[in-house]
Structure formats: C-alpha cells, structure tokens
Ligand binder design. Structure first.
Ligand code: ATP
Ligand code: MG
Length: 356
C-alpha cells in the first residue's frame, strides 16, 4: 500500500475542470487498491500571473520539488495572449520542463474500439492502433543556436544540434518502454540529409544493439513515416524521434484517436517528479461549461500510475474503466456521433471513477 504525493496544477481554461476529474479517478484508484494519494494544489500559467505576477511562482516550484509527480491541466488563454507582455502563461510550463530536466515526452495514441468511427480514416486502418511516441523535448532545432532576421534583416537560421549524450538518454528510455510492450522500436530521422540525424541514427543503432539486443529496431525517414502513420498506424509500437519531428508527428497521430480531448502525455527526466498532462490546450471556447472531455487528463493520471509510481495494475484499471465507459455509450460532445449518451465533463469523470 503506497503513499504518493501529487502536485496538482489546474492552470487555465478547461484545465481546472479536467484535472478535477483526474483527481476524482485517482481517489477511486486509492480506495480500490488501498493507496494514499496526497494532493497539493498550486498555481501555474495565467491563473498564477493574475494572483502573483509570475507564471511559475516559487511556491509552485517548491511544491513540485517535494512531490512524487505533477498533474497539470493546461495553461494560456485570450486574456494573456498579448505577445509583448513581459510574462506569458506558457513560460510556466517551460519553467517546469527546465527545472526538472524533462527531456522525454511520451504520447501514447490508442484507438479505442468504441471510437473507431470517430476518426477520419478507414476502420480497417485504425483498428488496433496502440502507439507510443517518445519525443526528445529539450534539444534539437528548438533549442539550437539561432539568428533572428531582426527588423531589416535578410537572413535567419535555426540549428538542429544534438550531442551523443542527449540522444543516448532518450533512446534508452524509449528502448526500456519498448521492452515492456511489444518490443518494437522505430526511430524516425532524416539521416539522408541532416548531420544531426546521422548522429541520431548511429547512436540509436549502437545503444539498442548493445543494451537492448532483444528489441526489433527499424530506422524510418521522417517523410516516409508521415505517410506510414496514416496508411498503417497499427504496425508501430514505440516511436522515438527528435524534438521537431516529434512535435509534428504527434499532432498528426492525434487525429487517429478521434479527438484531441482523448490524449494523455507524460514528460519524464532522469528522476522524479515527472509531469503528466493532457495533450490539449486550455480550450477557452468551451471553458467553464462542463463540456470538456476529461479522458485525456484521466489517461494522463493512468500514465502517472504506470511511469511515476510503477503501479501497472492500477494504470490498467483506469484504462479499462475508460474503455468500458466508452463501450457503454458515454460520450462528451467532442466524440459524440448520434445514438450515444452525451454527458458533461463531471458526469464522464464520475462514470469512470464509479467503474473503478
Ligand atoms: P494551445 O495553444 O493551448 O495548445 P490550442 O489553440 O492549440 O491551444 P486547444 O485548447 O487544445 O487548442 O483546443 C483546440 C480545439 O479543440 C478547441 O476547439 C477546443 O474546444 C477543442 N478541445 C481541446 N481540448 C478539448 C477537450 N478536452 N474536450 C473537448 N474539446 C476540446
Ligand atoms: Mg496547440
């Protein structure tokens, strides 16, 4: 019977609504399996700017530091959209990634049998999709040396830079995850053109051959992979790739699940706390109306159980409850399609918690 401390950062827009349901589900897991989850709420994003002037107040950071895991809602919204403002909600999230060196972003994409009709692809293509993307999050093009063109500049550049060590640590993490799944690892790069990708491929090959000889490893060029992802998504298991390729491919993959509201994520570093949050943003258009789909947040709580606390049976119980509730016809508005029962954020969360 474990005892786990969780920092809850609801944030902005629908963030507070969906995290409340994830907390409800974790409480149900605690009751059923005899664990104690201790929740501590703290401010982040726009809500934190309004209250303290900072998107990541020191108390929040300290709260996270003293926790085993962080559950986050979403940050941002029209109220704080001024690009010239000195502080912006997104800095709260970037600050957390930096503070805990969260270098790997995990995004599982599953197509639940009950939702095959909700995706724009053919049923035979999406049936059985169960992918896990591992995106490198702290290096590459987004963080390499850059030159802004400036007001009258005629040239600008960004640099895709990776070191062996940065590649090794994310590939190792992805390989360990593949070992716990179907033992298939796909590394996506652009090694026919980019030097950073050639290093990526060489290091990946070495690490996997040497330390994970039991895995089936394949290298796929990013352009080809973008195509395979919609032609035969069920063929892949764990996919590891650099920062920008991962950014683009995970958005492409999100379409398979039927709605942005379905998708969870986990950002992990070498040590706790990891950060668990739904893939979607703050969705200001539906905030405060009990319309948001809480499943992305609830499945993020399942990832927390699995990756932060090593509670595999508990994680599965959450995933199975989500699957059962979808089979029973419960739908929030974003995944509704006719004969199903449209419920609100809270009712969806209660149904899943009840099932557990
Ligand atoms: P961000 O910049 O924070 O990523 P965004 O503009 O990309 O935000 P989201 O906030 O993710 O977008 O919302 C995109 C669209 O998807 C919106 O129309 C929103 O209403 C819808 N949406 C997002 N999350 C959910 C959810 N959990 N349930 C229902 N609809 C959602
Ligand atoms: Mg977005």
């Amino acid at each position: 019977m474990g005892r786990f401390v969780i920092a809850v950062l609801p944030g902005d827009g629908i963030g507070p609504e969906v995290t409340a349901e994830a907390v409800r589900v974790l409480e149900a897991v605690g009751r059923r399996f005899g664990h104690t989850f201790e929740f501590h709420e703290a401010l982040i994003g726009g809500a934190a700017i309004d209250a303290t002037g900072s998107p990541l107040p020191p108390e929040t950071l300290e709260r996270c530091r003293r926790s085993d895991a962080i559950l986050l809602g979403a940050v941002g919204g029209p109220k704080w959209d001024d690009p010239t403002a000195p502080v912006r909600p997104e800095q709260g999230l970037l600050g957390l990634r930096k503070a805990f060196d969260l270098f790997a972003n995990l995004r599982p994409v599953r197509v639940f049998p009950a939702l095959v009709g909700a995706t724009p692809l053919k049923e035979r293509v999406v049936r059985g999709v169960d992918l896990l993307f591992v995106r490198e999050l702290t290096g590459g093009l987004y963080f390499g040396p850059r030159q802004e063109a400036g007001p009258d500049g005629e040239e600008a550049y960004d640099t895709m830079r990776y070191t062996r060590w940065e590649i090794e640590r994310v590939v190792r993490l992805a390989a360990r995850l593949a070992r716990g799944r179907r033992k298939q690892l796909t590394s996506v790069d652009k090694a026919n053109v980019l030097a950073a990708s050639r290093l990526w491929r060489r290091v990946t090959e070495e690490v996997v051959r040497r330390e994970f000889p039991d895995l089936a490893l394949e290298h796929v060029l990013v352009d080809a992979f973008a195509m395979h992802l919609i032609r035969r998504p069920a063929a892949f298991d764990v996919v590891v790739t650099e920062n920008m390729f991962g950014d683009i491919l995970t958005d492409e993959a999100s379409v398979l699940a039927g709605s942005m509201g379905m998708l969870p994520s986990a950002s992990l570093g070498e040590s706790p706390p990891g950060l668990f949050e739904p893939v979607h943003g703050s969705a200001p258009d539906i905030a405060g109306r009990n319309l948001a789909n809480p499943i992305g947040a609830i499945l993020s709580a399942a990832l927390m159980l699995r990756y932060a606390f090593s509670l595999e049976a508990e994680a599965r119980a959450v995933e199975q409850a989500v699957e059962a509730i979808l089979e029973a016809g419960y739908r929030t508005r974003d995944i509704a399609d006719g004969e199903t029962c449209i419920v609100g954020t809270r009712e969806m969360g209660e149904a899943i918690a009840q099932r557990i």
